[in-house]
Design a protein around this ligand. Structure first.
Ligand SMILES: [Zn+2]
Length: 108
């Protein structure tokens, strides 16, 4: 999605590229931390508070800098994280790093 509010001079184009890079980086980081958060929340080891804090900081940075995109991000993030929540006592999740490492340990 492009916003064409202002004619891009060399300078604003460069700034936009930098900001775009930061956006991509933050979204990737948010996805990574969101996944780690859902895995921790499912398995219940310590560290969930730290992940929740990190996730909040990343989401705040994203929604503050790109408020026009936040409306579509917020529900997507909630759904994405909720889908990764699972009960490891009834079902292991193939995409979950903690499940995968405990399966490996059980097989060894
Ligand atoms: Zn798991």
């Amino acid at each position: 999605m492009e916003d064409n509010m202002s004619a891009p001079t060399h300078n604003t184009t460069r700034r936009r590229t930098l900001k775009q890079g930061r956006l991509t980086e933050l979204l990737a980081r948010r996805e990574q931390v969101g996944t780690a958060w859902a895995e921790r929340a499912s398995h219940g080891p310590p560290g969930l508070g730290d992940l929740t804090r990190e996730l909040t900081i990343i989401e705040f940075a994203l929604t503050e800098q790109w408020p026009h995109l936040a409306q579509s991000w917020l529900p997507a993030w909630v759904i994405s994280d909720a889908r990764k929540l699972h009960d490891p006592s009834t079902k292991t999740d193939g995409t979950c790093g903690i499940c995968r490492s405990s399966t490996r340990q059980a097989a060894a």
